[in-house]
Design a protein around this ligand. Structure first.
Ligand code: PHE
Length: 450
């Protein structure tokens, strides 16, 4: 497919890929997982995985895309027919993630409107978040609005406009996150939270820590779902893949790190850092940050700005998710872009509504012990994505061989870490993933406890 349009300039690729990578995963998901899985030990595990595993997998995916000029399904198929299943499996991930991503995106819009209306103090009260997500029509309404916004952008093909705005907004988000993080650290009682977050407690390490950190890595860096393959297919040959991957990685991990620093010390300052408060899960950011803003002079304006910027970061990610799903449907179902958009919209509404209601009236319905949102999140991040990553590593390590990727990566510049790349792809990553998958299945079946 030589008629693929290319990203303009070298920085164009990094910005577009970072736009997809930086989103709710960094700001909403990372802090609550870090809080839940022991703080420092989670952070350390995450960083180790990011510079080894994340680096290797992202390099592999981008190179696969650039080499073949195709997106996931086509890329695996052209290289070896027997492995086209990886492409299909990878494509299932964005279909599962998009609906619940939009539910959380809806929560962000809700909080933005609350701060616009000057209701920041009310949002800081205990129980506010719970009663909001426990409702029926309100969370569904905000979900529909976020999904609708995403769909409008994708339908009218105005991503360029959003990208322009977010190029300017992203650096502001970084600065603001940093500012809020520094402020939070100065609140009475917050310092214990900083220590909890930075200092690894090795007694809290378990297979679960690795599984959670690995799932988060895939999610946050948009890996193991074909997205980076598609992005790679648009990348020019003269761009250095290694440098780009490093830049995306630093940017993505940096934002997640500061987001954790913004939220976790706040949990200690306002909720005492008890196991229950640290284990609050998906609601953590929405419960904690309003309290931080309420404590801050000028907090209403800062809060408003914050939720606005997060909304943009979330939109660039949801747009990239929806784009991917739409292009899968146009290719596979041989339908036009418009009908494909409507099909995706329909599926997202169907799957999004249970995810929203699962926090309230459908809270009693459990799928393997989880509410709908947690279930979709688990299936994609902890089951399908590790399988896709494993299959990708085997495919590259033993079928097309690492050399094929290294050669592609070397076209646009040096590939200094090629030894590391080869070792991780051939040995470290497959062994780790197999062990983790086996132990989580065994623990799921109640045979071992991890
Ligand atoms: N990486 C995005 C985030 O951190 C989520 C995402 C996943 C976006 C997959 C696009 C595709 O929020």
């Amino acid at each position: 497919m030589s008629n693929r349009s290319n990203f303009t300039g070298k920085i164009g690729f990094v910005l577009a890929a970072a736009g997809s990578a930086v989103g709710l995963g960094n700001i909403w998901r990372f802090p609550y997982l870090a809080a839940q899985y022991g703080g420092g030990i989670f952070l350390l595990t995450y960083i180790v995985l990011a510079v080894t595993f994340g680096f290797a997998l992202m390099t592999a995916e981008i190179s696969l895309g650039r080499k073949t000029g195709l997106s996931a399904i086509g890329a695996f198929k052209t290289l070896d027919k027997r492995f086209s299943f990886i492409g299909y499996l990878a494509s299932a991930v964005p279909i599962i993630i998009l609906p619940y991503y939009c539910v959380i995106g809806g929560w962000v819009i809700k909080y933005l409107t609350v701060f616009i209306g000057g209701g920041g103090s009310a949002a800081a009260a205990d129980g506010y978040f719970g009663s909001f997500i426990g409702g029926v029509w309100e969370p569904i309404g905000w979900f529909a609005l976020f999904l609708g916004l995403t769909a409008v952008v994708v339908l009218f093909g105005v991503e360029k406009g959003i990208e322009k705005v977010s190029k300017f907004m992203m650096p502001v988000l970084v600065v603001l996150t940093l500012f809020i993080a520094i402020y939070t650290m100065t609140i009475d009682g917050a310092w214990d939270g900083v220590i909890y977050y930075i200092k690894p407690d090795f007694s809290k390490f378990s297979v679960k820590t690795v599984l959670a950190a690995m799932g988060q890595l895939f999610y946050s860096m948009s890996l193991a779902m074909g997205i980076m393959i598609t992005y790679g297919s648009y990348m020019k040959k003269d761009v250095c893949i290694e440098t780009s991957v490093r830049q995306i990685e630093i940017f993505d991990t940096g934002i997640a790190f500061f987001a954790g620093l913004m939220v976790i010390p706040g949990v200690f300052a306002f909720s005492g850092g008890t196991p229950e408060s640290l284990g609050a899960g998906p609601g953590l950011m929405f419960v904690t940050l309003p309290k931080v803003f309420d404590h801050m002079s000028g907090g209403t304006v800062i809060g408003l700005l914050f939720f606005l910027l997060v909304l943009f970061a979330a939109l660039t990610s949801s747009i990239s998710l929806m784009e991917t799903v739409v292009s899968i449907f146009t290719d596979k179902l041989k339908i036009g872009r418009r009908p494909a958009c409507f099909v995706v919209l329909g599926i997202s509404i169907l799957l999004g509504i249970p995810s929203s209601l699962g926090n309230g009236i459908w809270g009693g319905i459990k799928l393997i012990g989880m509410d709908f949102l947690t279930f979709f999140d688990f299936i994609s991040n902890s089951v399908i994505m590790p399988i896709v990553a494993l299959a990708t590593c085997i495919f590259i390590g033993y079928i097309i061989k690492p050399k094929a990727i290294i050669e592609e990566a070397e076209i646009g510049g040096a590939f200094k870490a090629k030894k590391l790349f080869t070792v991780v792809i051939k040995y470290v990553a497959p062994v780790c993933i197999v062990l983790i998958l086996i132990s989580s299945v065994l623990s799921g079946l109640g045979i071992i406890s991890i």
